[in-house]
Design a binder for this molecule. Structure first.
Ligand SMILES: *[C@@H]1O[C@H](CO)[C@@H](O)[C@H](O)[C@H]1NC(C)=O
Ligand SMILES: *[C@@H]1O[C@H](CO)[C@@H](O)[C@H](O)[C@H]1NC(C)=O
Ligand SMILES: *[C@@H]1O[C@H](CO)[C@@H](O)[C@H](O)[C@H]1NC(C)=O
Length: 512
C-alpha cells in the first residue's frame, strides 16, 4: 500500500463536519412517462426553463420511456403543469441523503479516517465493496492489488488533488478506463475498483493488454458529494465561476470536440456547463493528456451512472455514423450479451447521440475522433428506471452485482477487440453471439427465418435497409423506432444481424 502518497490529502478531505446540510428538503424525484414526441418536447421545454431548476437524472434508451428528474421543492407545485404523465418516486430527497450518509459515516468514514491517520488497516474486498469508499480508500485498495503499480499522477485537479492512475498487465495493447468524471455517480468509482479486482487475476487478458485505471478522475467533486456539508448531487468539478454562485464545469462537456455545441450549456448553473473554454478544466485536460502520452492505447472506457447503456461515438452529432460504427456496435453487442448472461440486466447500446441524447465536448468523442483510440466506449451503469427509485443512491448491495456484470462486459469486449487487432477468433467463452466475429458480415447467417409478416412499413424500411456493404446506415435506429411507433413488423431477411439486433432492442415485441 502506498499510503504516503495519500497522506497529504488528509487535511483537505477528512470528514469532520458534523452539521448536516439539508439542501434537498422537500425536493422530489419524479419519474416522467415520456410516451410521444410531444411529451419529449414538453419535458425538454421544462428542462430548459432555468427558473424551474430541474435536474435530469436518468435517460431512456431511445428517448421515449421513463425519465427521472429531480424537482427542487420550490418547483414541486408546478410539476403537473409540465403536461407529461408522471409518478413521484421520492417524496423528500433529503431523507434519502441523510440515510445514506448515516450508514456511510459508520463504515467508510471510519475506514477512511484510519487510513488517513496512518494506522495499519486491512483493505480487503469484503470491506471495500460493502460501502461507498472515499477516493483515498479506493486508491489505496487498488494500489495494493497483486501486480498493480501506481504511476505518477496524471495531473492535479482544480483543488490540487493528484489524479491517481494504476497500471497492470503486460500485453501489447493499452486500455484506459476510469470512474467518477461525474461526482454524484458513486457506483462508477466502486465499479471501476471491482472490475480491477477481477481483471488483475485474468491472466489471459493480462497477456493481451496493459490496463490503466483511474478510479476517480474528478476527485474534488467526489469529495464534495461525500462531505457532510457538501452536495450529494453535485456532478461537475469544483472550479468557481466568476460572477456566479454556482460551482463547477462539467468535465464531460469540456473536451475539445464540438466544444460549446448542442447538448451542453453555457450557463454556469447548469449541470452540463461547458466552461469558459475547451479544456478549461484540469480534469478533462489530464485525461486527454494521459491517453495521448500513453503508448499503444487502443481502448478507453468512461464509467457513468445511471440508466444501463453501453455506448460509443458520436455524441456531438446524431447524423451519420463514425467509420468504425459496425465494429464498435458489435463490441457493444457482445458486452451487453455478457451482461445479460451474468445478471439478466438488459443494457441498451449504440452511438451516444441516438441512444441517450446529443452531448458536445464529451470524452469518448474526443478520444475516438481526436486521439484515434478506436475502441472508445462509455457505460451508464445500473440501475435503470425499472429498478425502483434508487437513482444515484443504489443500496450498497448493488456494488458487487454492478461490478460483476461490468467485468463480464469488459472481458467480452476486450477479447473481441484483441481478436480484431490480432486476427484471431474470439474465445468461445464470451457468448454465442461470437458467430459474428467478422465485423458485421452482411446477409448470410442471422435472421434466416422469413418474416412472419410484412406490412406497409416494410416498404418504408426497405428504403432504410441497414446493411450496405457491411456498413450501417444512420437511418437504422430511426427505422427501428418508426417500426415500434407503428407497432407493426418490418422484417427483411436481408438485413444484417446487427440491424436485426438493433430492431430487437428498440422493439422487444418485434420477432423476425
Ligand atoms: C486473485 O488472486 C489472488 C492470489 O491468487 C487471490 O488471493 C484473490 O482472491 C483472487 N481474487 C479474485 C477476485 O479472484
Ligand atoms: C449457445 O449455443 C448452444 C448450441 O447452439 C446452446 O446449447 C447454448 O444454450 C447457447 N448458449 C447461450 C448462452 O445462448
Ligand atoms: C429487403 O431489402 C432488399 C435490399 O437489401 C430489398 O431489395 C427488398 O425489396 C426488401 N424486401 C422487403 C420485403 O422490403
Amino acid at each position: 500500500m502506498k499510503l504516503a502518497a495519500f497522506l497529504a490529502l488528509a487535511l483537505t478531505t477528512a470528514a469532520c463536519v458534523l452539521a448536516s446540510d439539508s439542501r434537498y428538503s422537500g425536493d422530489q424525484v419524479i419519474r416522467f412517462d415520456v410516451a410521444s414526441p410531444e411529451d419529449q418536447a414538453a419535458l425538454q421545454r421544462a428542462l430548459n426553463n432555468d427558473a424551474l431548476g430541474l435536474d435530469l437524472w436518468s435517460h431512456s434508451g431511445n428517448k421515449i420511456g421513463k425519465i427521472d428528474v429531480r424537482v427542487p421543492a420550490t418547483s414541486v407545485p408546478q410539476i403537473s403543469n409540465i403536461g407529461v404523465a408522471y409518478k413521484v418516486l421520492v417524496q423528500d430527497l433529503q431523507q434519502v441523503v441523510d440515510a445514506e450518509r448515516e450508514h456511510m459515516g459508520k463504515n467508510s468514514e471510519v475506514l477512511h479516517n484510519s487510513l488517513m491517520s496512518g494506522e495499519p488497516v486491512q483493505l480487503a474486498a469484503a470491506d471495500i465493496f460493502t460501502d461507498w469508499q472515499s477516493y483515498e480508500t479506493l486508491s489505496a485498495y487498488i494500489g495494493g492489488l497483486p501486480g498493480v503499480t501506481q504511476l505518477p499522477s496524471i495531473g492535479k485537479t482544480y483543488q490540487g488533488r493528484d489524479t491517481n492512475v494504476f497500471k497492470f498487465g503486460t500485453g501489447p495493447y493499452g486500455i484506459v478506463y476510469h470512474g467518477g468524471i461525474h461526482a454524484r455517480e458513486w457506483i462508477s468509482p466502486a465499479t471501476a475498483a471491482y472490475v480491477t479486482t477481477q481483471l488483475v487475476n485474468n491472466t489471459e487478458l493480462l497477456s493481451k493488454f496493459t490496463f490503466y485505471v483511474m478510479p476517480v478522475v474528478n476527485p474534488d467533486g467526489y469529495a464534495y458529494t461525500r462531505a457532510a456539508n457538501g452536495d450529494r448531487y453535485h456532478r461537475k468539478n469544483m472550479q468557481p465561476n466568476p460572477g456566479s454562485s454556482c460551482i463547477g464545469t462539467d468535465p464531460n462537456r469540456n473536451f475539445d470536440i464540438a466544444w460549446s455545441g448542442p447538448g451542453a450549456s453555457g450557463s454556469a448553473c447548469s449541470e452540463t456547463y461547458y466552461g469558459p473554454s475547451a479544456f478549461s478544466t484540469p480534469e478533462s485536460t489530464n485525461i486527454a493528456n494521459f491517453v495521448k502520452n500513453t503508448p499503444n492505447v487502443v481502448g478507453y472506457v468512461d464509467l457513468h451512472s445511471y440508466s444501463e447503456l453501453f455506448m460509443f461515438a458520436n455524441g456531438y452529432t446524431c447524423s451519420g455514423q463514425v467509420s468504425d460504427y459496425a465494429t464498435l456496435f458489435k463490441g457493444a453487442e457482445l458486452a451487453v450479451d455478457a451482461i445479460k448472461a451474468t445478471s439478466g440486466h438488459s443494457f441498451k447500446y449504440g452511438d451516444i447521440c441516438n441512444t441517450i441524447y446529443q452531448a458536445s465536448g464529451g470524452s469518448v468523442d474526443y478520444i475516438y475522433n481526436k486521439l484515434g483510440v478506436k475502441y472508445s466506449y462509455t457505460i451508464e451503469l445500473r440501475p435503470n428506471s425499472a429498478f425502483g427509485n434508487a437513482g444515484f443512491n443504489p443500496p450498497v448491495s448493488e456494488i458487487i452485482p454492478s461490478g460483476q456484470e461490468t467485468t463480464a462486459a469488459f472481458v467480452a469486449v476486450w477479447n473481441y477487440v484483441y481478436s480484431q487487432l490480432s486476427g484471431t477468433p474470439v474465445p468461445t467463452t464470451t457468448s454465442n453471439a461470437t458467430t459474428a466475429t467478422a465485423p458485421v458480415s452482411k446477409t448470410t447467417s442471422a435472421a434466416t427465418k422469413p418474416s412472419s409478416s410484412t406490412t406497409a412499413t416494410a416498404a418504408a424500411c426497405a428504403h432504410n435497409v441497414c446493411a450496405t456493404g457491411g456498413k450501417l446506415k444512420a437511418s437504422c435506429s430511426a427505422c427501428a423506432r418508426a417500426i415500434c411507433a407503428k407497432d407493426s413488423y418490418c422484417c427483411n431477411t436481408s438485413w444484417d444481424s446487427t440491424c436485426v439486433r438493433e430492431v430487437a432492442q428498440y422493439c422487444p415485441d418485434v420477432t423476425c
